[in-house]
Write a protein that binds this ligand. Sequence first.
Ligand code: ATP
Length: 235
Amino acid sequence: MLKLQDVSVKYGSFTAVHNVNLEVQPGQIVVLLGANGAGKSTLFKTISGLNKASSGGIQFEGEPLNKRSPDKIVQSGIVQCAEGRKLFPSMTVHENLKMGAYVHRKHKKGIKESIMHVYELFPILEEKQDDMAGSLSGGQQQMLAIGRALMAKPKLMLLDEPSIGLAPLIVEQMFEVIKKINREGTTILLAEQNANAALKIADRGYVFENGAVVLEGTSEELFANDEIKKAYIGA
Ligand code: ATP
């Protein structure tokens, strides 16, 4: 579904991503593990078209993405749910969700159905639908960010650090919902530092260090790897 071949990304003379090869098959959850600054966000922005690859190719469903604008990439079915949430804080929960359906703005009935679907996944958002997004807790804001991304009906969702700053119980709930969204048909590429939670729901994973993939494998393989245990799982 998504294929990166030898992708490098530069900021000026600094290479943030080096020759990355990565593949996501339809229906999978694939996780990118790596410490702060490893290059996960840069890679996501490059897939979304917000950064340009300095070399290499990105294909989605067999078509090259490199020359497509970010809005065309969203229309092709790739939606990024950014780290730091990037919600509209002085708009209500409901209004934020409607904004997420911008690409489907002509289909009012579909938008209503999508909002009901988001409220089913995250009942707290229905309770808080008239509250300002900025007044929500960190966990609720993250749910809203995921809900808003779902409103675009993505084929592939790029989820950047959904567990960051959340209490362990909320992290668990968040990953349950991510699994559910995947089972309902959305393929997911997930950047995470919480390897323990992420590998439990993922099919495959890639480990990033200093902008390069240093290890890849199935979740079981990565879970059993001593380096991963030491660096990311704390066992
Ligand atoms: P984090 O979880 O902290 O976002 P990350 O793995 O997503 O980490 P990136 O944010 O992609 O990492 O950063 C990769 C490298 O690129 C870091 O060394 C960072 O300082 C650098 N970098 C990121 N954005 C820019 C920018 N706009 N200009 C210059 N350097 C940047």
